[in-house]
Design a protein around this ligand. Structure first.
Ligand code: ADP
Ligand code: GLC
Length: 490
């Protein structure tokens, strides 16, 4: 099976969130079970820097931004998965993030930047490809950034009966980001005028990259079974529920796995002490190091709550700031936060750490090493998301013996089992599930967790259950392969 995996970020080349983790590990897991996978990604400076063994492939001209791109092929560090990189000084080689500039503002030419990613993916997806020796059977797009690919593929093949083209799949990692732009982009990106209609790329008076993908893709998937159902409802559909319901039975919900090499407390290079499910005692050493590093009071028995997250409404971290003082003063917790996002959230957490310097540590920014140390050194991981397509951090928490407190939604519902007498008896208890998404319920769930935390023997059982849970990619990779087969034979 030949697969073109189109993505706007992939760890370790470039990462802003969970999509990068998935794009780093899923292609490798597919390769491990025999697939011939190539990643296609924009050539941001970090990608060009870290790509292993880059070789020039071809040049493609007359692209919508009036330009030419070079296609380069190289490999992922470590996994050696082949990566095709779109090199364009004008589109991608600049300082700042993949989506926003250094002040946090969206790049104005994002429609060109990701329209080009989508168009190049479509050009590579048939036997008319500028590459003579390789074309995919499945073109696997991810999120809005590659959402126009299926639309471009549709119009490229129109009237060309002899053209052999791949089937397209769109995986939705987050429906909240839709890539919507004014209608004049239809022409600027070279889409035909007739594409701009309700049965096409039009969405509430704009061109939506994500809607285009949902409409034109041969197959659809999302990153957990629960989210696959949720997105067909008004509450979670962000306006797309009608279209999604129309294709409802086709939407596969496949839970993300995790990179069990990168996220393994027994070998994690970021930790001062390693540990595993058979011997968790080393976790205490990491906690002490973390408390010291974060300038928290070094106290072995004080419960340390952890957050590593984008600081946004989706992640429900306003619920935590609303009850943080109670958790600190009445429940005797410490709190460590690592993240960045909305300015008001960042400010709120900074203020909290100023008021409680011994109990609260807030690190604003992105820090890979610290995120590993927090996953290991904290006692309880807090993730009260309002919606969560899959979520990876709760799984990292499980794997590092840091039971998560979560809301019952999306991938959180599919990966964390609430602790009670039954789940303790049958060894499935792994965390604490809130009943509602509000601050009171968050306090109740943390309070319940603290009750178990005091009982060291039971706590160890909950930690062990989570650490032994099979979360690796192999099962999900097989589910992707079955889905590809199904789409091919449709
Ligand atoms: P999302 O993609 O919605 O942000 P996920 O839970 O799927 O949520 O993935 C988030 C990923 O980004 C995880 O790998 C997490 O460790 C990482 N992450 C988020 N914020 C930070 C940060 N400030 N520093 C380091 N890693 C972070
Ligand atoms: C998105 C979602 C997150 C998911 C990730 C990877 O960023 O918000 O829930 O884990 O994609 O699929």
């Amino acid at each position: 099976m030949r697969i073109l995996f189109v993505t706007s970020e992939a760890f370790p080349l470039i990462k802003t969130g969970g999509l990068a983790d998935v794009s780093g590990s899923l292609p490798a897991a597919l390769q491990a079970i025999g697939a011939d996978v190539r990643i296609l990604i924009p050539g941001y400076p970090a990608v060009l820097d870290k790509l292993v063994n880059p070789t020039f492939l071809t040049t493609i001209s007359n692209l919508p931004h009036d330009g030419t791109i070079n296609l380069i092929i190289g490999e992922m560090p470590e996994t050696k998965v082949p990566v095709m990189v779109i090199e364009s000084a004008g589109l991608y080689q600049r300082n700042g993030g993949p989506y926003v500039d250094s002040t946090g503002k969206d790049w104005e030419d994002n429609p060109y930047r990701f329209g080009t990613l989508s168009l190049v993916a479509a050009m590579l997806s048939s036997d008319q490809s500028p590459l003579k020796d390789w074309s995919p059977e499945i073109t696997h797009c991810n999120d809005w950034q590659s959402g126009l690919t299926p639309a471009f593929m549709h119009f490229m093949s129109a009237g060309r009966t002899k053209m052999k083209q791949a089937k397209s799949l769109l995986s939705i990692h987050n429906l909240a980001f839709q890539g919507s732009y004014s209608a004049d982009w239809v022409k600027r990106l070279g889409l035909p005028a007739e594409s701009y209609q309700i049965n096409g790329v039009e969405y509430y008076g704009q061109l939506s990259f994500l809607k285009a993908g949902i409409f034109y893709a041969d197959g659809l998937s999302t990153v957990s079974p629960t989210y696959a159902k949720e997105i067909q409802t008004e509450a979670y559909g962000f306006g797309m529920q009608g279209l999604l319901t129309a294709r409802g039975t086709e939407i596969h919900g496949i839970l993300n796995g995790l990179d069990t090499h990168e996220w393994n407390p027994a070998i994690d290079p970021h930790l001062v002490q390693h540990y595993d499910a058979d011997n968790i005692t080393g976790k205490q050493v990491v906690k002490k190091m973390l408390q010291t590093k974060l300038r928290l009071k070094v106290e072995a028995n004080t419960p340390l709550l952890g957050v590593v997250s984008r600081l946004t409404h989706q992640k429900g971290l306003d619920m935590l700031s609303a009850c943080a003082e109670t958790l600190i003063t009445q429940y005797g917790c410490q709190l460590a936060v690592l993240g960045s996002g909305d300015a008001s959230f960042e400010q709120g957490y900074r203020d909290l750490s100023r008021r409680f310097p011994d109990q609260v540590s807030v690190t604003i920014g992105y820090n890979e090493a610290l995120s590993h140390q927090m996953m290991a050194g904290c006692d309880i991981f807090i993730m009260p998301s309002r919606f969560e397509p899959c979520g990876l951090n709760q799984m990292y928490g499980l794997r590092y013996g840091t039971p998560p407190v979560v809301t019952y939604t999306g991938g959180l519902a599919d990966s964390v089992q609430d602790t009670n007498e039954d789940s303790l008896n049958n060894k499935t208890a792994t965390g604490f599930v809130m009943k509602k998404a509000d601050a009171n319920d968050l306090v109740s769930a943390v309070s319940k967790a603290l009750g178990y935390y005091q009982d060291k023997k039971t706590w160890k059982k909950i930690q062990e259950n989570g650490m032994r849970q099979n979360l690796d990619w192999s099962r999900s990779a097989k589910a992707y392969m079955r889905m590809y087969e199904e789409i091919l034979h449709k």
